[in-house]
Design a binder for this molecule. Structure first.
Ligand SMILES: *Cc1c(COP(=O)(O)O)cnc(C)c1O
Length: 359
């Protein structure tokens, strides 16, 4: 008898995720390189070559000549590594990390794993990092300052040059988390990357707006010393040292990131961004026209104040929705989110507001 095979969800009603359907070339490459391990680049040489190609391309995306880094399992690992490198390079006994309150929760994991003190400062009314508020938390034990280029909740871009100055004054390293925003920001006027400020390390995830298959995160560093601070010796592998946090890891993410970057940088990513931003602007307008409070989408991410009952009715209709910490509906306009989807969503919003569910 044939067994029923469990299928993954479709993306037809997913408005909550920062992941998306991989580009067809990325999917194909992921499948082809499934049985490779870039954790051992001497043995798995072709995937190791693809990984260097990805890092070179990510350098182009982020304004960095001669980039160092690797394809991580995701933004979480890349952020942990940024903290780890800064901690390993400092000689203070009890290092701290200063970040805006809008920083991704992966920094809490980093702080707990690495035994560093994470200090978060309130953001400004514009929902961006406030350099003055952060300066109050900085002291001689500060090893790392963090800025976010595309916050997870509201898509805000912190004042990266001002935060770089703060880090320089404190003699601390400076990390920019562009896990989600990194593939949209090159097509905007924002200052966010290595060429705009003295950024030491950066997170930029191909498996989000980069349209690669999961797992493909990106960790980038300006200096070889950062990679040295992360490397350990690997006696039983053909390769002799490893800077990654994971050991064995899937070459699928590496190969799919290489294929997506090859196919889409820059024109395809520009088109992806422009379509996503137009959708976000359209949705923000549609909610505003219905009288809801909308947070202006600076990047393709819309936050809207919706009554709980309405949120629940929409979830009952199969929409996959997320909330901000303040409880707003948060719609991420990823590449799989089409105008037709958003129109159908708005029809359901109207329907659910009018009467009881199911009438
Ligand atoms: C998604 C995200 C992360 C975490 O990335 P994962 O790939 O889920 O580990 C980190 N920082 C920001 C700003 C993000 O949006």
């Amino acid at each position: 008898m044939e067994q029923a095979v469990t299928q993954p969800q479709t993306f037809d009603r997913v408005l909550s995720s920062m992941c998306t359907r991989p580009h067809p070339v990325a999917r194909e490459a992921a499948e082809r390189f499934l049985a490779t391990n870039p954790g051992d680049p001497e043995t798995y040489r072709s995937v190791a070559e693809l990984e260097s190609a990805v890092i070179d391309r990510l350098g182009e995306v982020t304004g960095l000549d001669n980039p160092r880094g690797y394809v991580a399992s995701g933004g979480t690992e890349a952020n942990i590594q940024a903290v780890r490198a800064a901690r390993n390079r400092t000689d203070v006994a009890e290092p701290n990390v200063v970040a805006p309150a809008s920083v991704h929760f992966s920094f809490q994991k980093a702080a707990s794993l690495l035994d560093v003190d994470l200090r978060t400062a309130p953001v400004g009314t514009d929902r961006r990092a406030d350099p003055d508020a952060m300066a109050e938390l900085v002291d001689s034990d500060t090893a790392l300052i963090v800025g976010v280029a595309g916050t997870t909740e509201y898509g805000r871009i912190d004042p990266i040059p001002a935060l770089a100055d703060l880090a320089a004054d404190a003699d601390a390293a400076f990390h920019v988390d562009a896990a989600w925003g990194g593939f949209a920001l090159p097509f905007t006027d924002h200052e966010w990357h290595f060429a705009h400020a003295a950024v030491d390390t950066m997170t930029i995830d191909p498996h989000k707006l980069g349209r690669a298959a999961v797992p493909a995160g990106g960790f980038l560093a300006r200096d070889p010393e950062t990679m040295d601070a992360l490397a350990v010796e690997t006696p039983y592998l053909e390769s002799t040292s490893q800077a990654t946090l994971t050991g064995t890891r899937s070459g699928a993410g590496v190969a799919s990131a290489a294929a997506a970057l090859d196919e889409l940088w820059p024109a395809g990513y520009r088109e992806t961004y422009e379509r996503a931003q137009a959708n976000a602007d359209w949705l923000a307008g549609a909610f505003a026209a219905r009288g809801f409070d909308v947070v202006d989408p600076v990047l393709p991410l819309v936050a809207v104040d919706l009554p709980d009952a309405l949120f629940d009715s929409l979830t009952d209709r199969g929409w996959r929705l997320a909330r901000t910490a303040r409880g707003e509906l948060r719609v991420v306009c990823m590449p799989h989110v089409t105008r037709e989807m958003l129109e159908a969503f708005c029809r359901d919003v109207d329907d659910c507001r009018e009467g009881p569910v199911g009438t």
